[in-house]
Design a protein around this ligand. Structure first.
Ligand SMILES: *[C@@H]1O[C@H](CO)[C@@H](O)[C@H](O)[C@H]1NC(C)=O
Ligand SMILES: *[C@@H]1O[C@H](CO)[C@@H](O)[C@H](O)[C@H]1NC(C)=O
Ligand SMILES: *[C@@H]1O[C@H](CO)[C@@H](O)[C@H](O)[C@H]1NC(C)=O
Ligand SMILES: *[C@@H]1O[C@H](CO)[C@@H](O)[C@H](O)[C@H]1NC(C)=O
Ligand SMILES: *[C@@H]1O[C@H](CO)[C@@H](O)[C@H](O)[C@H]1NC(C)=O
Ligand SMILES: *[C@@H]1O[C@H](CO)[C@@H](O)[C@H](O)[C@H]1NC(C)=O
Ligand SMILES: *[C@@H]1O[C@H](CO)[C@@H](O)[C@H](O)[C@H]1NC(C)=O
Ligand SMILES: *[C@@H]1O[C@H](CO)[C@@H](O)[C@H](O)[C@H]1NC(C)=O
Ligand SMILES: *[C@@H]1O[C@H](CO)[C@@H](O)[C@H](O)[C@H]1NC(C)=O
Ligand SMILES: CC(=O)N[C@H]1CO[C@H](CO)[C@@H](O)[C@@H]1O
Length: 766
């Protein structure tokens, strides 16, 4: 490599340059001040040239050039910036406009250091006068002009206002400094337009001066339509009328309309000729309208239409008919135009269901279902000089011949009546037009009425009750469906065959025999006094809810036999009766005790005889061998049954201790004595041995309602029939009481009435 001077020079300059940069980076300086100046006053009028100058003063240790970064801020928004080594920079407003008003500030940055100037306020007064351009300058009413309002020098958001003859007609906002808009010119003549504006961001600047006035010639638009009615606006139905609606010498783009009651009848670009054969409903006001752009002009005319003849009226007489009755239909018109027709010129046709029934306006018939339907008539006439007939339809009459009510049926709902209970009667006619009035009569007097309006409805009357079966015949009912018709009454026999149920009376139960012994049959007879058969009889033993038997019968008395009664059959019995009335009736409970079987009595008697014999032997032995006197009371005695007519042996419950003393080990604590029964036919054997476990007691209720039937004698409230399983005493008394029964009775000592049954004082056996 050759070391040339050029090379050396290059090397030198490069080194110097590096040094320079090094020096700048290490400069020590401070921004002393930044000042912003405005070359004119702080308030200038619009259009003035304004200079803003920003100067910076820097203190530094070396006089090396610095690069300053200047920024001009308008209302805190940077509007201009420049990097320069100069210490001052200009910002020019050429010229200043209202939008330039505001606070200005200058900011200078050098390297990392920055400083701002004080804020300077600049006020620019006045706005540029806007320019208005309008085209076209000549036009027809209803057309529009294009108006352009501009203020070339202004900046910011401008808001433009347009005036037509000093009246504000539009305001338009825009982002630029001009707007273009369409303005409609409604009124003919010389019209003047101008505009002005304001700046949204500068409310202080106010509204600009008005633009020059621009004259626009608005030509009158002759589109007013003319309407004519030919031949006359007073027409008769059937006449042909022509309506003419037109604009004479119309400008281009004109449309003409013919309307009536908001209905467009016709339209055309020039002339309308509308022909119609008028009817009554065509009378009224017609409008002819000419429209061009937004312009509309109108003309009105009315047409009066006289009826050639009035709408025919169909009448029916009478209006309500029942099947089989005569009716007349008549069709007529009440008014006509005598200058066009004679009344005889009106021809009628009667229609039934749109089918010709008869020519002519009159019809008479007999109401029948086949004649039910919709009737109407049509009238027609040809007026003099008219091209076609005028046809008019009448009102429609719906004929629905009523069906007379048939004789009503009176029936009982459910088909039966229970005496003493409420029931329902229904009155119903098979035929008859609704509504039908039904009336319930009792003994020919009105009780209640019901109106049946729908086929599904029924006339049902609630009847509280009747108490005799003949009372049902007092009811009848009437049906009527029109005041002109006489009421139809149900037949007298209607309720004749109704089932009348009489509830059964309270049954009575009787038992036979009244005293039953083991092994015999017991017949339970249930009797009712009245009640409608069939009656169901059911017998119960009071101990069980299960019936003993049940039978359905037409008889008023029914029996149930309990075969071969045992001791378990003693107790209460009752019977229950029921029939269709569903009223259950229960008899009183009848009690019965079951006596021992004959052979058991025999066994007891034999045993007793044996016992007496042995006792006698003992006594004799005692008397002979150990004679002594002893206390009599409470001694066991045997009394001959001499005074007893029925020779009943009665065992009575004696004083146990005394008996025990005398006859230890013989009968436990029991004594027995021959007892005279004076007033009673029944004999009782009382066995007082309560501690003997084998004893069975059967409680017999002696409260039968019928004392004559009570098997137990009166006055004994509780009698225990006691049955000893081990035979301890036998009394032969079958012949005496005729029933061969022996009863053991433990007397109820609490009952005062039972005292009479207390055994007589025990006598000395001597
Ligand atoms: C001035 O210089 C700075 C950096 O020093 C730069 O960001 C900025 O854009 C420059 N401004 C102009 C107007 O050149
Ligand atoms: C300017 O400041 C930044 C950080 O604040 C620093 O990194 C940079 O070196 C500084 N420049 C100068 C020329 O001092
Ligand atoms: C209004 O007219 C001016 C001048 O002719 C034109 O510069 C400007 O664009 C127009 N403004 C609009 C909105 O057309
Ligand atoms: C606005 O109009 C007034 C008179 O009405 C006039 O003195 C003023 O100079 C006008 N301003 C401008 C900017 O033309
Ligand atoms: C008539 O109207 C049509 C559109 O509706 C338009 O193009 C035409 O210029 C109009 N003619 C006149 C003479 O206004
Ligand atoms: C219809 O009957 C009425 C009387 O009811 C009578 O005056 C009229 O002339 C009759 N009309 C015709 C067309 O027979
Ligand atoms: C009669 O007119 C009624 C309406 O008013 C209609 O419902 C019915 O169907 C018509 N009867 C006949 C037989 O045309
Ligand atoms: C009900 O009407 C029918 C037909 O119209 C008739 O056959 C019948 O005999 C009538 N019944 C009574 C109870 O009148
Ligand atoms: C007739 O009795 C029935 C039930 O027995 C009842 O629902 C109905 O409301 C009663 N009608 C009148 C009118 O009392
Ligand atoms: C004998 C008889 O007809 N008994 C009837 C009594 O009524 C009840 C209840 O309606 C029926 O169940 C019986 O059959």
């Amino acid at each position: 490599m050759a070391f040339t001077p050029t090379y050396l020079l290059l090397l030198l300059t490069t080194s110097l340059s590096l040094l320079w940069q090094e020096a700048e980076a290490q400069l020590k300086f401070t921004i002393d001040s930044v000042t912003l100046g405005i070359d004119s006053s702080s308030e200038v009028s619009s259009g003035t040239f304004v200079n803003l100058i920003c100067e910076v003063s820097v203190i530094q240790d070396q006089t090396l050039p610095l690069t300053y970064s200047f920024k001009f801020l308008h209302n805190d928004v940077v509007v201009y910036s420049k990097n320069t080594t100069d210490s001052s920079v200009f910002y020019e407003l050429l010229p200043a406009r209202a939008a330039d008003s505001g606070d200005y500030k200058c900011q200078v940055s050098v390297q990392n250091k920055s400083k701002g100037s004080r804020t300077q306020r600049l006020v620019v007064t006045g706005l540029q006068t806007p320019t208005l351009i309008v085209s076209p300058k000549e036009l027809y009413q209803g057309e529009e002009v294009t108006a352009n309002c501009s203020a070339q020098d202004e900046t910011g958001s401008l808001y433009f206002y347009f005036y037509l003859d000093e009246e504000k007609v539009k305001q338009v906002g825009g982002s630029g400094n001009s707007v273009e808009t369409q303005l409609e010119m409604k009124n003919a003549g010389d019209r003047y337009l101008h505009c002005n504006y304001n700046i949204l961001m500068q409310p202080d600047a106010g509204r600009s001066n008005n633009s020059d006035r621009v004259k626009v010639l608005v030509k009158d638009l002759f589109i007013t339509p003319i309407m004519n009615i030919r031949p006359s606006k007073e027409a008769v139905e059937g006449d042909v009328v022509e309506l003419i609606c037109q604009v004479v010498n119309p400008p281009s783009n004109v449309t003409v309309y013919l309307t009536k009651d908001k209905t467009m009848l016709d339209s055309s670009s020039g002339t309308i000729s509308h022909r119609l054969r008028v009817l009554a409903e065509d009378a009224g006001e017609y409008a002819c309208k000419a429209v061009r752009n937004s312009m509309q002009k109108e003309a009105y005319k009315s047409i009066k239409v006289k009826e050639l003849f009035s709408k025919p009226v169909l009448t029916m007489n009478p209006r309500v008919v029942f099947e089989g009755e005569q009716f007349k239909l008549n069709c007529n018109t009440d008014a006509y135009s005598p200058d066009r027709i004679n009344i005889g010129d009106v021809k009628y046709n009667l229609y039934m269901n749109q089918v010709l029934l008869t020519p002519g306006g009159n019809y008479s018939g007999t109401a029948h279902p086949s004649l039910n339907g919709n009737y109407s008539c049509q009238a027609q006439a040809l007026g003099r000089g008219q091209p076609r007939v005028v046809i008019k339809n009448s009102n429609t009459i719906v004929l629905q011949a009523k069906v007379p009510v048939s004789r009503p049926d009176l029936s009982v709902l459910g088909g039966r009546v229970i005496l003493g209970k409420s029931f329902q009667l229904q009155c119903h006619s098979k035929n008859g037009s609704l509504p039908i009035d039904y009336t319930l009569l009792r003994d020919r007097r009105q009780v209640e009425s019901r109106v049946v309006r729908r086929p599904s409805d029924r006339a049902i009357f609630n009847v509280t009750s009747i108490h005799r079966d003949t009372d049902i015949g007092s009811f009848s009912c009437q049906a009527q469906n029109h005041p002109s018709q006489s009421a139809s009454e149900s037949s007298r026999e209607a309720l004749q065959h109704i089932a009348i149920i009489e509830p059964v009376s309270t049954p009575e139960l009787s038992l036979a025999p009244t005293h039953v012994a083991e092994g015999q049959d017991l017949t339970l007879t249930c009797t009712v006094q009245h009640g409608t058969p069939p009656i169901t009889y059911t017998w119960y033993h009071s101990k069980s809810v299960q019936p003993l038997g049940s039978i359905k019968s037409n008889d008023m008395r029914k029996s149930h036999v309990v075969q071969g009664v045992g001791q378990e059959h003693g107790g209460g019995y009752y019977c229950v009766t029921i029939n269709q009335s569903s009223d259950r009736k229960r008899s009183a409970t009848v009690n019965i005790g079951v006596k021992l079987a004959g052979w058991k009595k025999g066994l007891i008697a034999a045993f007793c005889i044996l016992l007496i014999a042995s006792l006698l032997i003992v006594v004799i032995i005692k008397k002979c061998l150990l004679p002594f006197r002893r206390k009599r009371a409470g001694e066991l005695s045997v009394k001959p049954a001499s005074t007893t007519t029925d020779e009943t042996l009665r065992l009575t419950h004696g004083t146990a201790n005394e008996a025990a003393n005398v006859t230890p080990g013989v009968m436990g604590k029991s004594v027995w004595s021959d007892h005279i029964s004076g007033s009673e036919s029944d004999d009782h054997i009382s066995e007082g041995a309560p501690e003997i476990p084998e004893t069975q007691y059967t409680e017999v209720q002696a409260q039968a309602p019928d004392p004559t039937r009570a098997p137990v004698k009166k006055g004994t409230d509780v009698v225990y029939s006691e049955v000893q399983n081990s035979v301890q005493g036998v009394s032969r008394s079958e012949q005496a009481d005729g029933q061969g029964s022996v009863e053991y009775a433990q007397l109820n000592h609490n009952d005062p009435e039972s005292e009479e049954q207390v055994p007589e004082p025990i006598q000395d056996h001597q």
